[in-house]
Write a protein that binds this ligand. Structure first.
Ligand code: CUA
Length: 157
């Protein structure tokens, strides 16, 4: 088969583009500075959250001098605990899971935002300063009352 030089060039360009794409995807998955949601967290049985140390009692736990862990359940249609309360000037890691369907967990007005997948534990860490009340919303469509799925995150003095 005879292939024109011009076509060869385009073929070569297409192959280079494909390799670049594969490279960027691979780099994104394993590269520095990027943590895949739930990759480092142990999975959880969404049908048996009440038997899991982390989620049997959704709560805020002090884990260091100024460090807190918030174990949060996102369910149809709300968040538990609600409100999530932490002291000012602290570092808070939210561990969020779902017993039913995919939800979102976003602290309104901040970049704390993650998808919540049944069976997985999403972890996000934030630093809080002054006392403030934030809304928490679900931004994945999860059923008839998705729009009403709201919670509260309170930073108190
Ligand atoms: Cu939960 Cu939308």
């Amino acid at each position: 088969m005879h292939v024109h030089a011009y076509e060869k060039l385009w073929l070569a360009l297409a192959i280079v583009l494909i390799l670049l794409l594969i490279g960027s995807v691979t780099y994104g998955a394993v590269g520095p500075g990027i943590a895949m949601v739930a990759d480092s967290q142990d999975p959880v049985d969404p049908q048996a959250l009440d038997e899991d140390d982390r989620f049997a009692e959704p709560r805020v736990e002090q884990v260091g001098e100024d460090e807190y862990a918030a174990y949060v359940e996102a369910y149809q249609f709300g968040f538990d605990p609600d409100p999530i309360v932490v002291p000012e000037h602290s570092t808070v890691t939210f561990y969020v899971t779902s017993p039913d369907v995919i939800h979102g967990f976003q602290v309104v007005g901040t970049n704390a935002n993650t998808m919540v997948v049944p069976g997985e534990v999403a972890a996000i860490t934030v630093e809080v300063t002054e006392p403030q009340v934030y809304g928490v919303v679900c931004n994945e469509y999860c059923g008839s009352a998705h729009h009403a799925m709201e919670g509260t995150f309170e930073v108190v003095s």
